[in-house]
Design a protein around this ligand. Sequence first.
Ligand SMILES: NC(=O)c1ccc[n+]([C@@H]2O[C@H](COP(=O)([O-])OP(=O)(O)OC[C@H]3O[C@@H](n4cnc5c(N)ncnc54)[C@H](OP(=O)(O)O)[C@@H]3O)[C@@H](O)[C@H]2O)c1
Length: 249
Amino acid sequence: MPERIAWITGASSGIGAALALELADHGWRVAVSARRSDALAELCARRPEQLVAYALDVTDAAACEDVAGRIAADMGPIDLAVFNAGIGASFDIRHFDAADVNRRMSVNYGGTVNGIGAVLPAMHARGAGRIAMTASVAGYRGLPGAAPYAASKAAMISLAESLHLDLAGSGVDVSVICPGYVTTPLTADNKHPMPFVISAEAAARRIRQGLEAGRFEIAFPRRLVWLLKTFQRLPYAAYFPIIRRVTGA
Ligand SMILES: NC(=O)c1ccc[n+]([C@@H]2O[C@H](COP(=O)([O-])OP(=O)(O)OC[C@H]3O[C@@H](n4cnc5c(N)ncnc54)[C@H](OP(=O)(O)O)[C@@H]3O)[C@@H](O)[C@H]2O)c1
């Protein structure tokens, strides 16, 4: 089988780092990106044959294009791009700061858009490739205490759905990854309970399996997804009191 090439952003820790190792252990060569080059170097040292670091801030569109071009030149055409870089779930309405809200949108959603802009022309030209983005079950519906994060993830889910439709028949496909709670630096300071929480390694295994199976939606754990999708279908008059009661908001 020819070597498969993946690019993962947000790979210096958590889900992205675990996914890089998981893909490396299943025959992929993986370009890993994030801002912290020391953490990327440590990760690459664990699988030096398969992992290559390309430090990057995803909010810089020109840098995303530059890195995508260098990966293709160094490693070969990108078969799979996973736009996974993300920040900041917690939010306090008493300290609404427009700049902070916009910054989270520009990393989570804007960084994904920058990455897509960097890989889509080459994938289109080849008529092959998969673009995946790590959204969240938090994007299914408005949640208390998570407005900037939930809004950015809802935007990503909508983006993925539209791109999947627009790219039908092009040979390029899209996956949206919606994890529930995963133990990573992002959730380390969470004070609230995290029902059905799983490890980054377990999340990475589910993500790789979903990507290799060519699934559009890769959502887990099943029980939390099922519950939140049920909430998604409720009218506001039922949803608001139920979600307040469930979250204690
Ligand atoms: N943990 C969960 O429960 C959970 C649930 C659902 C979805 N997610 C999503 O999963 C993704 C990964 O999060 P995680 O939980 O694994 O947390 P994490 O360990 O904090 O990982 C976040 C990654 O994003 C990178 N990043 C942040 N800002 C960046 C920027 N401007 N440019 C490039 N990279 C940037 C970070 O690296 P640097 O700091 O080195 O740049 C890090 O590698 C996120 O999109 C998150 O929203 C997480």
